[in-house]
Design a protein around this ligand. Structure first.
Ligand code: TPP
Ligand code: MG
Length: 273
């Protein structure tokens, strides 16, 4: 009688962490963003939706930018404010790659704002995650474009005299085809939003509220203000999305506000070539 041999299929191990020492402050919500992203990647790789070797993670300069050292994929660290041109260049050179970027609010809302607007307008097929802590954190606490009026920091000791910029409203106005916001400590929902962004064909913009525990701790401020919008509501109504992100009732909505289907920049470019 033939001996029965039991074959156990061994799944290839997915290693997403690296040996780099993590140097964020203890308790920084950037840890939560890292966990959400790795978990989301693991799910997508296991489901056959993504190949680890086809992912490129780009990063700007700042505390947020360190994240690319902690994910075991191809990475590119740009100059400050220049993460988006690096991403669009990579995507144009090899459209088969999935290109994600981690940027700071100083990085993309202050220094590199023009790139953000043009990438959204063109519908470049890249996925952008912004760590919004309302401060230049790595340089130890200066006001940036989204710091609130009255913010006291190293460069504004008497309080900021500027009205903050509204990135979500801008993204909706210039034609971004995926606009969402999440809260870093909520790992589960951040992962869900990241996965939806990855599945989107075109420019996916995700603003991640990430309180900076050292230079601008907004956890108490946001505690009773944040709320998740009803995820069953249709996401193709631009006017409704704009009304929501204006935060006119003093609260801060989270979720996917808008999604649209439009040819991507790279698709059109490849057709022309
Ligand atoms: C062109 C340029 N300007 C300024 C700096 C100095 N710099 C390095 S990190 C940083 C702050 C980054 O802030 P943000 O993008 O909000 O990232 P965070 O540290 O808050 O994650 C600044 C201003 C630089 N490296 N290059
Ligand atoms: Mg910042």
């Amino acid at each position: 009688m033939a001996e029965k041999t039991e074959k156990t299929e061994k799944k290839p191990e997915i290693k997403l962490s690296t040996d780099a020492k993590i140097t964020w402050c203890p308790g920084c919500p950037n840890f939560a963003i890292l966990v959400a992203f790795r978990k989301m990647m693991e799910e997508m790789i296991s489901a056959g939706e993504l190949k680890q070797e086809n992912l490129v993670a780009c990063a700007g300069i700042g505390c947020h930018g360190k994240i690319s050292d902690y994910i075991n994929v191809n990475t590119f660290t740009s100059l400050h404010g220049r993460v988006i041109p690096a991403m669009t260049g990579i995507k144009c050179a090899n459209p088969k790659l999935t290109v994600v970027g981690f940027s700071g609010d100083g990085d993309s809302y202050s220094e590199g704002l023009e790139h953000l607007i043009h990438a959204a307008r063109r519908n470049s097929d890249i996925k952008l995650f912004i760590h919004e802590n309302q401060v230049f954190a790595l340089t130890t606490g200066q006001a940036n474009a989204v710091s609130p009026l009255g913010f006291k920091g190293k460069s504004t000791p008497f309080g900021s005299i500027e009205e903050p910029f509204s990135p979500l409203l801008t993204m909706l106005s210039v034609g971004a085809t995926f606009v969402a916001r999440t809260y870093a400590p909520d790992i589960h929902n951040t992962g869900k939003i990241m996965r939806a962004a990855m599945a989107h064909k075109g420019f996916a913009f995700v603003d991640i509220i990430q309180p900076c525990l050292t230079f601008f701790d907004t956890r108490e401020f946001f505690k009773d203000r944040l709320y998740w919008i009803d995820e069953k509501l249709p996401t193709d109504n631009l006017g409704r999305a704009m009304d929501l992100v204006r935060n006119e009732d003093g609260r801060t909505p989270l979720g996917i506000f808008y999604k649209a289907d439009r040819p991507t920049f790279e698709e059109s470019l490849m057709k022309e070539i």
